[in-house]
Write a protein that binds this ligand. Structure first.
Ligand SMILES: [Zn+2]
Length: 314
């Protein structure tokens, strides 16, 4: 069976694994990312690949990189969390390992992994939305990963949803991720805890008494204990998530949405509200099937598995 290697390159660690044709990880390893130095990053990736390729025949390598990857799948134009600017990652790594290499945006790789082997198995039209600190995503249409003309497609978190809205890290205002992400959840919970501390008693107790100490885990724990402010913060992002999914359905009409990322770990608290908000906001509702909203199944390995499979299809 033909084996490929998938590598998921994050801001703090590099995860590499040998993956078979069924998306199973045969062997894997983790290395810290030397984030400040692009050449060291390339060497770290190459060392991990060579280590894994020692005992097996490897067909190709897929790199999932957190950044804007060009349409030839070889250059990382820009990465927010690594020192990559116009980085020729494909060439650097393939020169070091002597194997065919493709570079993919990490969210695209993740979406492909989930669509092929995870929650989207058997679906041809899938939109994957990663709800974490920000919002990332990937789109599979007609069974193919959609990258856009320049490789920059599916930056779902930066749809400018609210006119004159909150300032986003990308420089624009009103981006979806400012209202529907883990950061939005925390910001909303802190704001409400400041204005109405009595109502947020449980949440504040969990957070050590200070609104500024409230983080995502505290909001989740408090919500599960019935804290009204924590629940309201989740309702707030759930409404925005559902509304954003309805916008995406208006354009893309997928068979299913797959939700991943840190905030989806607390989905028991909010997913029903997101589904309701989606159903309420969907254009043509009542006259079309409702796309399924599912949770991601592959967890942290989705990007690695997806990158490995995309390398096989290069
Ligand atoms: Zn933005």
């Amino acid at each position: 069976m033909a084996l490929t290697i998938g590598v998921d390159i994050g801001g703090t660690k590099v995860a590499a694994g040998v993956v078979d044709e069924d998306g199973r990880i045969v062997e894997h390893l983790l290395r810290p990312t030397p984030a400040e130095n692009p050449d060291q990053v390339a060497h770290t990736i190459a060392d991990a690949i060579l280590e894994l390729a020692k005992s097996r025949e490897i067909e190709a390598v897929g790199l999932g990189a957190a950044g804007f990857v060009d349409e030839t799948r070889s250059v990382v134009r820009f990465a927010p969390n690594l020192a990559w600017r116009e980085e020729p990652l494909q060439k650097k790594v393939s020169d070091l390992v002597g194997l065919p290499v493709v570079v993919e945006n990490d969210a695209n790789a993740m979406a492909w992994g989930e669509a092929r082997f995870g929650a989207g198995r058997g679906e041809s039209h899938v939109v994957c939305v990663t709800v974490g600190t920000g919002i990332g995503g990937g789109i599979v249409l007609d069974g193919l990963l959609y990258r856009g003309r320049w490789g920059m497609g599916a930056e779902l978190g930066h749809m400018q949803t609210v006119p004159d809205g909150r300032l986003c890290g990308c420089g624009n205002v009103g981006c979806w991720e400012q209202y529907a992400s883990g950061s939005a959840l925390v910001e909303e919970a802190r704001r409400m805890a400041r204005t109405d501390p009595e109502r947020a008693a449980t949440l504040l107790e969990i957070a050590g008494g200070t609104p500024d100490r409230i983080e995502g885990n505290e909001v989740t724990e408090a919500a599960r204990q019935g804290d009204p402010v924590a629940l309201a913060a989740f309702s707030w992002i759930a409404r925005w998530i559902g509304q954003g999914l309805a916008d995406l359905a208006a354009v893309l009409d997928p068979g299913c949405f797959i939700l991943g990322g840190g905030v989806s770990n607390a989905s028991d608290v909010w997913i029903d509200q997101a589904r309701e908000s989606f159903a309420r906001s969907l254009t043509g509702r009542g006259h079309r099937p409702l796309a399924d909203i599912r949770l991601a199944e592959l967890g942290a390995s989705a990007g690695l598995v997806g990158a490995a499979d995309l390398a096989r299809r290069r």
